[in-house]
Ligand binder design. Structure first.
Ligand code: SF4
Length: 296
């Protein structure tokens, strides 16, 4: 429909929505588990080019009501630019309900609460944040940075009423650090709960495996040992049983990389989710999504 700069990534929940590419690549682009934007150099597309895409999309699909701004961290654009894009989208799409984007903690922290509030009023009401882990050691081992800015970004979003959909990657610490990975992640979420939480299973594209393993081993002082499906279910159990957020968190493990799709609201549905994990662990591989049906 539009001439996208490929590859084009979007969260699973944006599959039916209009995608407008406001930036190319990811400004950070240093996470060793992520191959999404390795082929791109971060670029903020010229505003006039993005406006032209919006106008073209409006001619083709005037009734679109949800828009996702790609690529990897479009929320990092200057607030004035995002407000101008939001104004154009509202003008061209009369039914527009919400605008969303991927965000890094640094994108969020570069904005004041007033900026976030202004963007929220302009209908940019939700960001997708790759939390990955609450463990300082695991985050350092995969080049993601530190848990401190992550927690500060979650706090700022909460204070400013910006909804956050956060993702956690099961298996990111390897077998040896799974418990530490999940305990620190649950603790962080309990302190600063996002609106939505989902899990992914670690899946590495072939071209990044060597660098991922080398950095992990160097930082952790031992070789990375991948977690089996059974171990990943155990990690999921460790996470769910420790989660006690003070406000409801809508939980999903329906990303295509997961072996076991789950859905519920925490803490309300914790016992049911734990029972479903236990039943799947007991039943073994036949209840899990087969490997050939999983993807990034
Ligand atoms: S995980 Fe997110 S922040 Fe890290 S390189 Fe990929 S897109 Fe960028």
């Amino acid at each position: 429909m539009l001439d996208y700069d490929m590859p084009l990534w979007r969260p699973p929940s944006e599959g039916d929505n209009l995608i407008i590419q406001a930036t190319l690549g990811c400004r950070f682009n240093r996470c060793t588990f992520c191959s999404m934007y390795k082929s791109k150099t971060y670029t903020a597309r010229p505003l006039e080019a993005v406006f032209a895409d919006i106008d073209r999309a409006a001619r083709l699909w005037p009734q679109a009501h949800r828009v996702f701004l790609a690529d990897g961290d479009a929320y990092g654009l200057p607030t004035e630019t995002l407000l101008a894009l939001a104004a154009r989208l509202r003008e061209r799409f009369p039914a527009l309900q919400r605008i969303t984007a991927y965000a890094t903690p640094f994108n969020v922290l570069s904005k004041t609460p007033d900026d976030i509030e202004a963007l929220r009023r302009a209908r940019l009401t939700l960001v997708y944040l790759g939390l990955e882990s609450g463990s300082e050691r695991v985050l350092q081992a995969v080049g993601k940075g530190s848990a401190r800015p992550m927690e500060a970004a979650l706090a700022r979003c909460r204070e400013s009423g910006l909804k956050v959909s956060a993702t956690v990657i099961l298996g990111l610490g390897g077998r040896a650090h799974g418990q530490e990975h999940m305990a620190a992640t649950a603790d962080l979420i309990n302190r600063q709960p996002p609106t939505y939480l989902s899990t992914l299973h670690l899946m590495l594209a072939p071209e990044i495996v060597t660098d991922f393993l080398a950095r992990h081993a160097e930082r952790m002082g031992q070789p990375f040992e991948p977690a089996s499906d059974r171990h990943l279910l155990t990690e999921l159990r460790w996470l769910i049983e420790r989660l006690a957020p003070p406000t409801p968190v809508i939980f999903r493990s329906n990303h295509a990389s997961n072996a076991l799709p789950l859905a519920g609201t925490l803490p309300r549905d914790r016992d049911r989710l734990l029972a479903e994990i236990d039943a799947a662990t007991e039943a073994g591989e036949e209840t899990l999504r087969p490997w050939w049906r999983r993807g990034l």
